[in-house]
Design a protein around this ligand. Sequence first.
Ligand code: WT7
Length: 637
Amino acid sequence: MNNLSDFQLKSPEAFQEAYRNSIDNSSEFWAEIASTFQWHKPWKEVLKYDWSIPSTEWFVEGKLNITVNCLDRHVNVHPEKEALIWEPNDPNDTVQRYTYKSLLAAVCRFANGLKNQGIKKGDRVCIYMPMIPELTIAVLACARIGAVHSVVFAGFSSTALATRINDAGCALLITADGAFRGDKKISLKAIADEALNECDTVKKCIVFQRTFQSVEWDNRKDIWWHDFIDGLSENCAPTIMDAEDPLFILYTSGSTGKPKGMVHTCGGYMVYTAYTFMNVFQYQPNDIYWCTADIGWITGHSYMVYGPLACGATSVHFEGVPSYPKWNRFWEICEKHKVTQFYTAPTAIRALAKHPTKLIEDYDLSALKVLGSVGEPINDEAWNWYDTHIGKNKVPIVDTWWQTETGGILISSLAGVTDQKPTFATQPLPGIQVALVDEKGRPIFEKEAEGILTINYPWPGIARTIYGDHQRYKEVYFSAFEGRYFPGDGALRDADGNYRITGRVDDVVIVSGHNLGTAPIENAINEHAAVVESAVVGYPHDVKGNALMAYVILYDTVSYTPSLYEEIRKEVAVQIGPIAKPDRILFVSGLPKTRSGKIMRRILRKLAAGEADQLGDISTLLNPEIVEEIIVGLAKE
Ligand code: WT7
C-alpha cells in the first residue's frame, strides 16, 4: 500500500466500489488516498465543514509543501524522468525538456530570487506570462516558499490585469517582454507597464526575455529574469504550509461586478487534482500527456501543473495555437512526442473540424489512448468528429465537467473503464454527491430528469472562499439552495444516472470555453461616451459554442455611425480583453424590462438566437413594443 497508483480504478466494479465507499466512509476514503502523499505532519481530522457559514477544511492541521509532492518526491525515485516537454510556438525552434531534477533546480533557483526580494509566505505574486516553461517555474517557485500565486491569462488587457493585481494586493509581478501567439507578437511588458501605473502594491517586476523586442525600462522596478536568478543556489528548503493555507488565487468572472478571486488551498487541492488526474485519464508511468490549455486558466493549474506533477507524469506544454503555421499543428505535435492522452476544448475541436481531414491523415496518431474534452458542453457533431478522425473510433473520450471553483473534475467517465456516452459528462467521480433540484430547490428523485445541478457534500478540491469577499462566496455558491453548492449549471439525467450538462442557468456565457460574465462586458460598453445602457447575451455559434451579442442604447444626442461598432468592441478589448468582444451589436432605443426594471435577458437571448417565435408571453413587460422594434432591427442585421 501507500502508492497513489494503488487507488487507480481499473474496472467498472472497482469504480462502483470506490464510489460507494467514498459516500459511506468519506473520511476514511480520502484519508487513505491522502496518506500516499508526503506530509510534514499528519492531519488531526480529515474533514471539518459547515456549509451554513460556509466553511470547508480538509486534512485539518496537516502540514506539507505541494512542491515536495510534485517534485522532490519524484526526484528521489526517477530524477531523470521528463516532467515537461515544451513545444515552442514556432516548430523550427528548439523543444525544451525539463526532467524532475532540472525542474526542481530551476524552481528552487527562482524561489531563492523571490526570497531575496523579501517575498514570504502569504504574499501574493501576480504572474502574467506566455506559455513558456518559466511560467510553470514561477508558479511552482511561489508554492515552494508559500507565496500565493495569482496567474492572469496573458490575453487579458492592462485594465483587467490591474484590477486583479489590486484586488489581491500583489507585491510582485512576473511577466515577459513579449509573447508569441501564432504569427502575432504581443507586447506583454508594455501592457504590464500600463497596468502597473494603476497598482501601488507592486514593488518589483521580473521580466523574462522571450521575444527580445524592445521594452521600456524602469531601473527602480524592473529586473530581467536572468539577472534575478544569476548566481543563485539550486536548493531551496520548502516552506512548510498548513493544509488549509492558500496555494493560489485564480480569477473567474461572475454574473455581476468584478471578477471573483477563487482561493484554493494546499492539501485538499493537491490530493484531489492528483487523484482525478490519475483516474480520469488512466495515467500510466510511461505515458505522454498533453493538455492544450493555457496555465492562465484552471485547467492549466490543475491538469498541466499540479495534478500531473503530483503523479510524476510527463506532460507536453505548447506555447502556440492550433492554426500555426498550419491547421495540422496539433497532430504534428501528437506524432512527434507520441502523445498518449490528449485533452482539449470543444471550441478547438469545432475549429479543427472545419479543415480538411487530410491535415490529420498525414500523421501517426496511434499512440493516443485517451481523448479529453473540457470547458463547455461538447455537441454531437464535435464529439463524433473527435471520435472518428482523432480517435479512429477506438480511443475513449472523457467529457470532463468542472469549474475554476471546483479545483478538479467532478463529473466524467474514467477513460476506457466506465461507459462513455456522447455529449454526456456521465457520472460523478468518487466523493462527488450530485443532486438535481428544481427551481425551488426541491430535490428531483426521478432518475430521468432535467434540473439544476447541485453538489451536497464537500470534496477536497473545492475553492474555500473568494479572496477578500467571503460574503460574496456565500451568496453566489451557497445561498441559492440551502446546504448545497450551486455551480450555476443545468443538467439532464438519463435512466442510467448519466449527466449531460445543458449550460449555464445564470448570466455567465461560455465563449470558446472561456467563462465570461455579461455584467462586466456591459460595464465596459457603458464606458463609451455615446452609450446610455446595454445588455449582453450569448447565442449559439458553430465554432465558439456561444458568441456574444450586445444590445446598445445610444444617447439621443448622438447619431449612429458605422465606426461605433468597432469603437465599442475596442472598449471591451481594453477593459477586459479581446476574447470578450461581442460579435454582434444591435443599436436599439430600449431594452425589454420587467415592471421592476430588470432587463429580460431571456427574451434578448431568444431574439439573438433567431427564436423570435418562442418568446412566450411578453405582455407583462413594461415595454412590450420594444420587442417588435428589435425584431425589425435584427431582420436588417
Ligand atoms: C463552466 C466553468 C473546467 C475548466 C474550464 C472552464 C462549463 C466546463 C464542461 C463540460 C459542459 C462544461 C460549465 C461550467 N463547463 N466543462 N465538460 N461540459 N460544460 O472553467 O471557466 O470556471 O467555467 O464551464 O458551464 O460551469 P470555468
